[in-house]
Design a protein around this ligand. Structure first.
Ligand SMILES: CC/C=C\C=C\CC(=O)SCCNC(=O)CCNC(=O)[C@H](O)C(C)(C)COP(=O)(O)OP(=O)(O)OC[C@H]1O[C@@H](n2cnc3c(N)ncnc32)[C@H](O)[C@@H]1OP(=O)(O)O
Length: 296
């Protein structure tokens, strides 16, 4: 295990199956609410993941009863400090607003680092997933939830306009402005069935926390068995194409593949497993060995 993955207080990080990193939101006594330390640790963790060639997929889940209750609402738990009380006598509105803007931008980065990291990230959601937790999952590549999951874009109910990703990413994820506006303006709580119906999650599983984690790990292991170069190229192309025209997206992927088509990953991918050197099924078994791609 990389030394970059130790020393976190709000996150537990472990290698779950080969090449799959399990990131657990780890404040179960506070329903995994996001405190000042959390925002900082997410950025630090994903900076390390982004440059770790061993990691090919990431699963994010919550310890304990809930995925996450969103922002920590207890006094003194946010990086805002006393900024919310406005400029004191030694500052002015513009300078003070600039500090707050910089702070919000840095908190946004704590989720944008997920969309930017080269490896796919799967959210495995059980129990409550509220406010900031919805910002988090909409930054992930895939979302699976347990049939006991409860969601709420809760910000307006606590006097806030959501500002760390939900309003920008959720409409793209689900492609239904009417439903997005319904859940964002009302802040109502909805369950797994509705989340699946509108495309917020792509899979609903029984079995609570363990059930959803197993499903996410299985999906992550499938991803990790593929060429990491092909997978990261696919993520890049999907991300780029979201913000650009079809023509720009096609030009972008043509440029990517002008290099990527020359890798030996294509040869490995095209060969049936049992005809590859070292790829035959072990004696007495029928299961072929995994195709062995180099790390990034
Ligand atoms: C720049 C701004 C960036 C981001 C902004 C994001 C905005 C938001 O995130 S808005 C959403 C805020 N969250 C909430 O309103 C959720 C509040 N919590 C609940 O509704 C419930 O606690 C629950 C999540 C549904 C769980 O209910 P239950 O299973 O009954 O457990 P509890 O006993 O209520 O909670 C256990 C324990 O956790 C504490 N806790 C829960 N949520 C938070 C929270 N958001 N912040 C801090 N602490 C929280 C709760 O107080 C309990 O603690 P005890 O010490 O055991 O009382």
């Amino acid at each position: 295990m990389e030394s970059s993955y130790v020393g976190f207080e709000t996150l537990a990080v472990r290698v779950a199956v080969p090449h799959v990193l399990h990131v657990e939101l780890n404040r179960p006594n506070r329903a995994n609410a996001m405190n000042a330390q959390y925002w900082h640790e997410m950025r630090r963790l994903f900076a390390a993941i982004a440059v770790d060639p061993e990691v090919r997929a990431v699963v994010i889940s919550g310890a304990g009863k809930h995925f996450s209750a969103g922002i920590d609402m207890q006094p003194g738990q946010q990086p805002t400090g006393n900024l919310l009380s406005g400029p004191g006598k030694n500052s002015d509105v513009a300078r003070h607003a600039l500090k707050l803007q910089q702070l919000v931008l840095s908190m946004q980065e704590s989720f944008t680092c997920i969309t930017r990291c080269p490896q796919p990230v799967i959210a495995a959601i059980h129990g409550a997933c509220m406010g900031g937790a919805v910002d988090l999952i909409t930054a992930c590549d895939m979302r699976f939830c347990s049939d006991c999951a409860l969601f709420s874009v809760k910000e307006v109910a606590v006097g806030l306009c959501a500002d760390v990703g939900t309003l920008q990413r959720l409409p793209r994820v689900v492609g239904n402005q009417s439903w997005v506006r319904d859940i964002c303006y009302s802040a109502r709580t909805f369950g797994a069935a509705e989340a699946k119906e509108f495309g917020l999650v792509s899979k609903v599983c029984s079995g609570g926390r363990e059930g959803i984690l197993a499903a996410a790990m299985e999906a992550a292991a499938v991803i990790a068995a593929h060429s990491p170069l092909a997978v990261t190229g696919t993520k890049r192309s999907l991300e780029w194409s979201q913000d650009h025209s079809v023509a720009d997206g096609l030009a972008h992927v043509a440029l990517w593949n002008s290099a990527a088509l020359m890798t030996k990953d294509l040869m490995i991918g095209a060969r049936p497993p049992d005809r590859r050197k070292g790829g035959a099924a072990a004696e007495g078994t029928t299961k072929p060995k995994r195709k062995l791609y180099s790390n990034l």
